[in-house]
Design a protein around this ligand. Structure first.
Ligand code: NDP
Length: 385
């Protein structure tokens, strides 16, 4: 069998590592085209030596000499900077794993989409920001977008063989994050160390904080709105602390389909690697008798207002989701840097959103401009607060 070509954007991250773990166990089926990272030259070089990509790219050009030294004597090309990242993403791999964190992943993801191959999307911020611009590019270039996010992957699996017209309701499940049971007063004292300690999932710092504020579920609501266009009124969120049911679809006849599995990102990633088939993984079987209890509760938008803000941004449409995302990225970085408190994150996003009503972006450049302006606004408001 001819190996299938694959590029992994964000190879050194949590999703990147989980993907490479699956490739490692199924090595002969894959030919790695590009591996990319931001500045972690040592880890990228280690992965490149193991997986022998055509090219290894760092977005942070200043770290390129370190990568070059580490890969000296190999046949692997090295490159640095945003243009090199776009070139690597556009090398036409049959499958691209889009796993860069934040809107920084948008342009490379679009470059991969423009090649018309299959893009497995973990980088939710890219779709939240670009929305219709990205889905139009998928259609225009004949690309296939597969959702990696466990909830959207679950919905995608539940919808297989069904018609969107028959969907009565889509329910995104949310773990509730590490502060699910904290009072409003306690939330004021939450530290970055506590916020990144997710009870069920082992993830990068940014998405872990998003899970703690529930902005992750807000971003996912907007992501689902674009991936499964059934209308916002049919998208709901329910808190499910065990993270076993990854999401559900209810159909017109009253049937509800759900996808269940361990809290292991290799499960949804494997489903995109093998799609439309299945592959063997070493992921644990689900032992429901051992888990014993699956519980569900309504989200508390008084303590966790992020989902309300995200829904409002999605309803307003246009550039508002891009503004929401940019403001959130700035606020999360400031929280991780101990510049602002936990509850200020979402309050700051709301403040930025209240000052904006930009026009609908029509192109990638428009989206990137809105993103840059919203970041400037978020930084300025933070300085003057
Ligand atoms: P990580 O922080 O673990 O990894 C991020 C990756 O992106 C790293 O390879 C990093 O490189 C690279 N990167 C960071 N900034 C830039 C930049 N400016 N330009 C180019 N590359 C960059 O993130 P996760 O793996 O946790 O998340 C990745 C994406 O997947 C996010 O959008 C997240 O929301 C989504 N996701 C993650 C899940 C998870 O379980 N982790 C689950 C579902 C979705 P370097 O190492 O050099 O910094």
């Amino acid at each position: 069998m001819t190996p299938r070509s694959i590029s992994i954007l964000g190879a050194t991250g949590s999703v990147g590592s989980s993907t490479l773990d699956l490739i490692r166990r199924d090595r002969e089926h894959w030919r790695v085209v590009a591996l990319t990272a931001n500045g972690n030259a040592a880890e990228l070089a280690k992965l490149a030596r193991e997986f022998q990509p055509e090219v290894a790219v760092l977005a942070d050009e200043a770290k390129l000499p370190e990568l070059r030294d580490a890969l000296a004597g190999t046949a692997i090309e090295t490159a640095g900077g945003t243009q090199a990242l776009l070139e690597a993403a556009g090398r036409g791999a049959a499958l691209t794993i889009a796993a860069i964190v934040g809107c920084a992943g948008l342009a490379p993801t679009m470059a991969a989409i423009e090649q018309g191959g299959t893009v497995a999307l973990a980088n939710k911020e890219a779709l939240v920001s670009a929305g219709d611009v990205m889905t139009a590019a998928v259609t225009k270039h004949g690309a296939t977008l597969l959702p990696v996010d466990s909830e959207h992957n679950a919905i995608f699996q539940c919808l297989a063989g069904n018609d969107l017209c028959d969907v009565r309701k889509i329910t995104l499940t949310a773990s509730g994050g590490p502060f699910r049971e904290w009072s409003a007063g306690q939330l004021e004292t939450a530290t970055p160390q506590q916020a990144v300690r997710h009870p069920n999932w082992d993830m990068g710092a940014k998405i872990s904080v998003d899970s703690a504020t529930m902005m992750n579920k807000g971003l996912e609501l907007i992501e689902a709105h674009h991936l499964f266009p059934v209308g916002l009124d049919k998208l709901t969120i329910i808190v499910h602390p065990q993270s076993v049911v990854h999401s559900m679809v209810e159909f017109a006849d009253g049937s509800t389909l759900a996808q269940l599995g361990q809290s292991d990102m290799r499960v949804p990633i494997a489903s995109t690697l093998a799609w439309p088939g299945r592959m063997e993984t070493v992921c644990d079987s689900l032992d429901l008798a051992k888990i014993g209890e699956l519980t569900f509760e309504q989200p508390d938008e008084r303590r966790f207002p992020a989902t309300r803000l995200a829904r409002q941004a999605a309803e307003a449409g246009g550039a508002m989701p891009a503004v929401l995302n940019a403001a959130n990225e700035v606020a999360v970085a400031a929280f991780l840097d101990s510049q602002i408190g936990f509850t200020r994150i979402v309050a700051h996003v709301e403040n930025v959103l209240s000052r904006y009503s930009p026009a609908k972006p029509a192109s990638l450049d428009d989206v990137l401009m809105v993103d840059a302006e919203a970041r400037d606004c978020a930084h300025m408001l933070m300085e003057t607060a």
